[in-house]
Structure formats: structure tokens, C-alpha cells
Ligand binder design. Structure first.
Ligand code: CAA
Length: 384
């Protein structure tokens, strides 16, 4: 365990619980799930039973009521074994549950949060569209009033867990008359797959995180009851951005987990692999590479945990969450690249797990805001 972390007894217990679950339920199967692009649906109730789908929710919603750091510790352990399960957990805990907790009415919270915490309802987040990725405020999905209801029309892309979600927080344009209102014309809706006009149109065939289903959703004249509007009309973009600040810390922890898996695999391999008459780990060039990998991971974790602790103290950490996500995801990509190199040809084939870590790492530089968007957010805070 990282000695810089200064964990409480409770946090140590959370790490142990997460590690035991990962060793039993994830690690033995992760390679096959990746190969087959298989989503193991039984993990959702299993994670719910552990409390891992309500880590940040208060006990009145059947949550564990933990702080952000405890949640990130569990997430890192899960990501070491299976990054696909980690993204399910990160999106669910950071985005839909946080949006409902912070902006939902008492009735909305009472209906959705406890089943989400128990793993009976998996959560998803639908912001991006085919033509609106980094420029999220340009989204075109429309929501128009029809009596007490709303009618939603449009497509949502890159929705993690979208094919298996029981509740999806979806952003749509309620000011349909004036698209120039950009972010100000966007509202958030609580969508469930039973709504008429809802469909899952396409499952992506991805480079990595293949055991996590990423889908496109189509809302075709989808009738949404009026009580499914989240918070105030026109505030959906701000709600989504605030939740993404939390989400980016989760993705940072996931990236650290992937990087750790790679350095652990490499550390074991260099002791058994012999070339030029000795274990390659005895060469200083190899030791230096491992040293740099471990140093960057420790630095990334320190930044992520500092940002999380400040967030829990009520500090506005938007730029710091972006720094944490940027640094951790670029660390994961760099560390997994070094691990493939240390394995040589064996790093390039599926006999060993490092090629999977390398593929899984890449998306951490892309989703929940690309590295370029994180730099944009950070840059604006440096020179507003
Ligand atoms: N907190 C609160 N409010 C915020 C905010 C934040 N962090 N960021 C922006 N806002 C508010 C602004 O204050 C502004 O409101 P006002 O006009 O009232 O002041 C409004 O939102 C618009 O903000 P900007 O002018 O900054 O908007 P922009 O269009 O210039 O840039 C952006 C915004 C940072 C580029 C944003 O579009 C962004 O983060 N893009 C990346 C999108 C992203 O991360 N997508 C991930 C999708 S989820 C996913 O990956 C799938 C998954 O399931 C894992």
C-alpha cells in the first residue's frame, strides 16, 4: 500500500474488501471478457451487495456515506484487476448518482437512489452526441413540452453501460427556439429504458475496455413525464459539468489502477525473463524504467488524493480535478507503453496481460474530457 496515503482503519478495510473482490470475481476472468467483449451483468448486484454502487450516497439512500478518497481507493483496486468494471463503477458513482443527490427532488431521490446503491438499477450518463463531443454545449438532442410531459428527440453517443442501465441522466436542449443559447438552453432529464421511444441503436466495437458496453441511444419522440426533469430548466449543462469534476477524479483513479497493474506485471516479468545470461531486471536500464514508472504512479495518486480531499472540504477543485485526470491518464498511457516495451514481443501478444492494459489506458486520455479539454480547463484557470 502507498505509504504516502496515511489511511484510516476504515480505508484499509475498504482496500482489502475491494482487493478480495477483484481477486475472486474479476482477475481470473478479465482477459476472457475482454476477448469476447462480454459484459458480466452479475457484477452489478455483486458490487451493489458490497456497497460499491452507493459509496458516496448517505445511509438514508442505502449508501455507505464515504468520502471521495475512500471511493477512489476502492476504484483503484477494482481497476487493477479489470478496468472495464472500474468504469462502470466510476460512471455510476460519480455521474448519475451525484447528479440525483445534488440536484434531484426528494421524490426523485427516494425513487432512484436506494435501488442504485443496492445494484438493482445501474446508472448511466448521456451528454455526448455524434456531432457534440468536446464541444458538449453544441448538443442537439431536443426536448419540447407536450402538456405535462416532455418529448425528446435525438441521439446520444458513447454512453457507458447504456444498454444495461436502469436510469440514465440525459442532457437535452429545452430552448429549442434559439440554439445560440448554447449551454444555457440545456436541461437534464431522468430517462428510464421503459419510456416509449427509447432504444439502444449501436454497441461500439472498441480497442479497450471491451467488457464495458458503450452504446448509442436513440430518443425517437420519447415521452418523458414532467417529473423527470432534474432540478431547474436550463441548468442541465452546469449540472453535468459539476458532476464531471467528480467523474474526472474517478477516471484518474481508474488510470492509476491500470498503470499499477502494468508495473506489477512488469516487475514480476523482469525477474523471470533471462537474456545475456541474467534476469533482465538486473540491468540498470530496466531498473531505471521501473523506477520512473513507479514514481509517476505515486505522483499521480498524490495529486488525485489531494484534489479529492480538498473537494470533500468544500473547495472548488474544477481545475485540480482536470489536472489529476490529465496527469493520471497520461501516466497510465506512458507506464503501459513502457510495460509493453519491457515485455518485448511478449508484450505484443495476448499470452500476457500488458497489451490489454495498454489498450485500456488509451481511453482514459479521451473520455470524460480529452487531455486537450483538461488542458483547456486548466489553462483558463491559469490565465482567465
Ligand atoms: N462547474 C459549474 N459550471 C460550469 C462548469 C463547472 N465545472 N464548467 C462550465 N460551467 C458553466 C459555466 O459557468 C457557463 O455558465 P455561465 O455562462 O452561466 O457562466 C456554462 O457552463 C458554459 O461554460 P463554458 O462557457 O466554459 O462552456 P464552453 O462551451 O466554452 O466549454 C467545456 C466547456 C469545458 C469545453 C465543456 O464543454 C467540456 O468539459 N467538454 C468536454 C465534455 C466531456 O467531458 N464529455 C464527457 C462525456 S461523459 C463520457 O465521457 C462518457 C462516459 O460515460 C464515461
Amino acid at each position: 500500500m502507498d505509504p504516502l496515503l496515511d489511511l484510516t482503519e476504515e480505508q484499509r478495510a475498504i482496500v482489502e474488501t475491494a482487493r478480495a473482490f477483484a481477486d475472486e470475481r474479476l482477475r481470473p476472468f478479465a482477459a476472457a471478457w475482454d476477448q469476447d467483449a462480454h459484459f458480466e451483468a452479475s457484477l452489478v448486484p455483486a458490487l451493489g451487495a458490497l456497497g460499491f454502487l452507493g459509496m458516496l450516497l448517505p445511509p438514508e439512500h442505502d449508501g455507505l456515506g464515504l468520502d471521495t478518497r475512500s471511493y477512489l481507493l476502492a476504484l483503484e483496486e477494482i481497476a487493477v484487476a479489470d478496468a472495464s468494471t472500474a468504469v462502470l463503477m466510476s460512471v455510476h458513482n460519480s455521474l448519475p448518482t451525484q447528479m440525483l443527490l445534488r440536484f434531484g427532488s426528494a421524490a426523485q431521490q427516494a425513487r432512484f437512489l436506494a435501488p442504485m446503491a443496492r445494484g438493482e438499477l445501474l446508472g448511466a450518463f448521456a451528454l455526448s452526441e455524434p456531432e457534440a463531443g468536446s464541444d458538449a454545449a453544441s448538443l442537439r438532442c431536443q426536448a419540447r413540452r407536450d402538456g405535462d410531459d416532455w418529448i425528446l428527440d435525438g441521439a446520444k453517443s458513447w454512453v457507458t453501460s447504456g444498454s444495461h442501465a436502469g436510469v440514465i441522466l440525459a442532457m437535452a436542449r429545452t430552448d429549442t427556439a434559439d440554439a445560440r443559447r448554447g449551454a444555457k438552453g440545456i436541461s437534464a432529464f431522468i430517462v428510464t429504458p421503459d419510456l416509449p421511444g427509447f432504444s439502444v441503436s449501436k454497441k461500439e466495437d472498441k480497442l479497450g475496455l471491451r467488457a464495458s458496453p458503450t452504446v448509442q441511444l436513440v430518443f425517437d419522440g420519447m415521452r418523458v413525464p414532467g417529473d423527470r426533469l432534474l432540478g431547474a430548466e436550463g441548468q442541465g449543462f452546469t449540472y453535468a459539468m459539476q458532476s464531471l469534476e467528480h467523474g474526472r477524479l474517478g477516471i484518474a483513479a481508474q488510470a492509476i489502477g491500470i498503470a499499477r497493474a502494468a508495473v506489477e506485471a512488469a516487475a514480476a516479468y523482469v525477474q523471470e525473463r533471462k537474456q545475456f545470461g541474467k534476469a533482465i531486471g538486473e540491468f540498470q536500464a530496466v531498473q531505471f524504467k521501473l523506477a520512473d514508472m513507479a514514481t509517476r504512479i505515486t505522483a499521480a495518486r498524490a495529486l488525485v488524493h489531494a484534489a479529492a480531499a480538498a473537494k470533500d472540504r468544500g473547495v472548488d477543485v474544477g481545475p485540480q480535478a482536470s489536472m489529476a485526470k490529465l496527469f493520471a491518464s497520461e501516466t497510465a498511457m506512458w507506464v503501459t507503453t513502457q510495460a509493453v516495451q519491457l515485455f518485448g514481443g511478449y508484450g505484443y501478444v495476448k499470452e500476457y496481460p500488458v497489451e490489454r492494459y495498454f489498450r485500456d489506458a488509451k481511453v482514459t486520455e479521451i473520455y470524460e474530457g480529452t487531455s486537450e479539454i483538461q488542458r483547456l480547463v486548466i489553462g483558463r484557470s491559469v490565465a482567465p
